[in-house]
Ligand binder design. Structure first.
Ligand SMILES: [Zn+2]
Ligand SMILES: [Zn+2]
Length: 755
């Protein structure tokens, strides 16, 4: 019995070839839970056979364990591949979609090959998987490919155990498989001899084309055409937030970006995610509007034959952004795209292979030579995170931003793909459908439901409703404890740590908004050991959209009410009446919740330094502040701050820090230097607070989580600082450090809560 990711990845033909090679007779078959093999032959041949299974498995397979037992001899005359055996209630991991493999690519670009330029070419080593599966076991009738009947040649490949396409469920060719259609904005078919060539021409002319990909639609436009990029921004209502790009080849990427060996490996991996790369602005003809105020470009390589052919024909970098309006879920079906993207795309490149699961592009970055997933979807989900112990069946519903959920069964944590920001009905519906799909595919019957402490999150309401309907227990989990537990679970770490959770907002156990937290915790319990001091957020959510409000909160709270705003670039330009209202709001405590959020501190400093007073997308003020910092900040002096121990909790006092920032800005010190000094200060705050806690409680392990650690400069300073001081530092790699990782932590905590 072989357990792991062993279906839909060319595993049975691999076993077939090995069995023949080692002179073993018997059979292999898929069940709903694993792959079963029965063989007869000599002990020697058998042990070599086992060895080869472990060491020569196909690239997309992932073997978890192999169990063997001795059976009575059956006298098999041959080795056969048997029919799949569905077993009720059993489950096994499902392969994510995989980028086109080199063999398929060679065929696609080989003149005379029967799949020459065919955009849906795939084999058992590559192509769609998760996005076309409706149920398990993974067989064609249970996928969206069932409507296509294979032609004799494709069927022959499919039936031949020695062929690369043996039981490749999405196997297809131009004769029998899916096909493209180009449609204009009015919904009329555009007739032309070569649809991809025509699409490339339209993109070159500056049109915006919605392209149906693996897990949904993408919006494509010419990344070297300023007017086209501006139009896409306006129509998609996406101001400021960087667009992802698709470039034709690694060589092409290197013309525009600095690429380390680890980054190159990630770009070319079967997951083929978007990788955030340092942009060489000089020498790159990609227009600045693609990623205004950013040092990095989000770049991916083509990952389907359709993308490969399109990029070859268009021969220029393309913006390739999710096909949605603002923060709605990515469009999936043809008619849905024609409706929802009508005001955005000029043309639609459609095809007739249905997508079952919406699936965005994943986003990764490489820091300290190791990849970190920031948005986990295509290529990664639904691969489970392996847990260090077996757990109850749990559903954890996550938070609000960058929403995901997590279903746990046994030692597998199925963290869903990125769903989106759960603040609208469309996203909630996508969330519910995806929960149902995962429950069906992995046969999970949750016995407990975990949710965030925030009573108003749609995910919390969904959790409570679901639990009430099913008569299940619920476990509320504090946001930052969930962050740290997620980091511990991914690192299979079972002890107690100093958990540093720095993010924008999370509902605190005391009813305030937390976000600059030091927790003494394990995956069961958590105690707040230190935090940034509480500051009022005048106007609540308005203070998030308008960092100048937050800056006023810091000034009034720490340096005295009503101080002059002279010499502060963003603040001094505010209308006096607005400043008066904001100040009054704080004085009266009207709609001014208290927050210890690190994200808000970054926002406030960004506004004070004159970098950004209002934002168009999440964390924009903090991101632009970070992008200004010089490459080497270690020669800059940190700002002062103080740590005050109050009974159980230490408070990080920020008066000296804010006062020094104001003094620097008034003296005309450039924002880049203020930014550099500020980042050094936050890193010092984290390291020194960890020392304080460590001296008291004897802990030497620190776990870092929360969206603030997407800040590469801060992340590097903190990890280096802690490691130099002898701390063991646990960080995220497979699971996002932002709220996309919360559900995993919630699930583990809920499991323990039932013990
Ligand atoms: Zn292939
Ligand atoms: Zn065919």
């Amino acid at each position: 019995m072989v357990n792991g990711m062993v279906q839909g990845v060319g595993f049975r033909p691999f076993i077939y070839r090995l069995a023949r090679q080692h002179r073993l007779n018997g059979w292999v078959r898929n069940t709903s839970a694993h792959v079963e093999i029965e063989v007869e032959g000599s002990e020697d041949d058998f042990s070599q056979f086992l060895d080869s299974i472990r060491h020569q498995a196909p690239p997309a397979a992932h073997i978890q364990d192999i169990a063997t037992e001795k059976l009575a001899a059956q006298g098999f005359a041959d080795f056969e591949i048997g029919d799949s055996l569905p077993e009720p209630g059993k489950y096994q991991p499902i392969s994510p979609d995989i980028a086109t493999c080199p063999e398929c690519l060679e065929e696609v670009f080989q003149a005379g090959n029967r799949r020459y330029l065919y955009p849906f070419t795939n084999c058992t080593n590559c192509g769609p998987r998760f996005t076309i599966i409706e149920d398990m076991p993974y067989d064609r009738p249970l996928t969206t490919m069932r409507t296509f009947t294979m032609c004799p040649e494709c069927q022959k490949e499919y039936d031949d155990p020695l062929n690369r396409r043996f039981h490749a469920q999405p196997n297809a060719c131009p004769l029998c498989g899916p096909s493209l259609e180009l449609v204009n904005g009015a919904g009329d078919s555009v007739l032309c001899p070569d649809i991809i060539q025509k699409t490339a021409g339209l993109l070159t002319e500056g049109y915006i084309v919605a392209v149906k990909g693996l897990g949904g639609f993408q919006l494509a436009s010419d990344a070297t055409n300023q007017e086209a990029v501006a139009r896409l921004r306006e129509r998609k209502r996406r101001l400021g937030k960087p667009f992802a790009l698709m470039l034709g080849s690694l060589a092409e990427v290197k013309k525009h970006c600095l690429v380390s060996p680890e980054e190159a490996e990630l770009l070319l991996s079967p997951q083929a995610p978007i990788v955030l790369l340092r942009w060489r602005r000089g020498g790159s003809d990609i227009v600045p509007q693609v990623a205004e105020g950013n040092r990095y470009l989000g770049v991916m390589l083509p990952y389907t034959p359709l993308h490969h052919v399109l990029l070859l024909k268009v021969a220029r970098p393309l913006v390739m952004t999710s096909g949605n309006l603002s923060e709605e879920p990515i469009c999936r079906d043809n008619d849905e795209a024609l409706r929802r993207l009508a005001g955005i795309a000029d043309y639609f490149l459609l095809h007739n292979r249905d997508i079952h699961a919406r699936y965005d592009d994943s986003v990764c970055l490489v820091e300290k030579e190791a990849p970190r997933v920031i948005r986990r979807a295509r290529g990664y989900a639904p691969s489970p995170v392996r847990l260090p112990f077996r757990m109850r069946e749990v559903l954890a519903c996550g938070a609000e931003e960058k929403s995901t959920f997590c279903l746990i069964r046994g030692e597998h944590a199925f963290l869903s793909q990125h769903i989106g920001d759960m603040d609208n009905e469309e996203t909630l519906e996508h969330f519910e459908n995806t929960v149902n799909l995962y429950r069906k595919l992995f046969r999970v019957q949750p016995e407990v439901i975990a949710h965030d402490l925030h009573p108003d999150y749609l995910s919390t309401r969904y959790a409570l409703r679901y639990a009430a309907e099913q008569g299940l227990k619920t476990v509320p989990v504090q946001h930052h404890h969930a962050h740290i537990a997620s980091c511990l679970a991914e690192n299979a770490f079972e002890g107690t740590v100093i958990g540093v959770a720095f993010d924008g907002t999370g509902y605190g156990a005391d009813g305030n908004l937390w976000g600059g937290e030091f927790l003494l915790c394990d995956s069961r319990e958590s105690r707040r050991a230190a935090h940034l001091e509480n500051i009022p957020m005048p106007g609540g959510a308005a203070a998030i959209r308008k960092p100048y409000r937050m800056a006023l909160g810091y000034l009034d709270m720490l340096l005295g009410t009503g101080m002059s705003l002279e010499g502060l670039p963003v603040l001094s330009r505010l209308p006096a009446a607005e400043v008066r209202i904001i100040r009054k709001q704080m004085e009266k405590g009207f709609n001014s919740p208290l927050t210890s959020s690190a994200g808000r501190l970054f926002d406030a400093v960004s506004a004070l330094a004159g970098v950004r007073g209002e934002i168009n997308y999440q964390a924009q003020a903090a991101i632009e502040l970070g992008m200004l910092a010089p490459d080497d900040v270690t020669r800059l002096k940190p700002y002062p701050f103080s740590l005050v121990q109050e009974e159980e909790v230490a408070i990080i006092k920020l008066k000296d820090l804010i006062s020094a920032v104001v003094a620097d800005v008034r003296e005309g010190i450039p924002a880049s230097i203020v930014s550099g000094r500020f980042h050094r200060t936050v890193a010092r705050i984290i390291v020194e607070t960890c020392h304080l806690i460590s001296e008291r409680d004897g802990l030497k392990s620190v776990a870092l989580s929360g969206g603030v650690f997407q800040n590469r400069l801060l992340f590097n300073l903190v990890v280096s600082g802690l490691e130099e001081d002898g701390f063991q530092v646990l960080t995220h790699h497979l699971v996002p450090c932002n709220d996309g990782g919360i559900a995993l932590g919630q699930a583990v905590i809920a499991h323990h809560a039932l013990e």
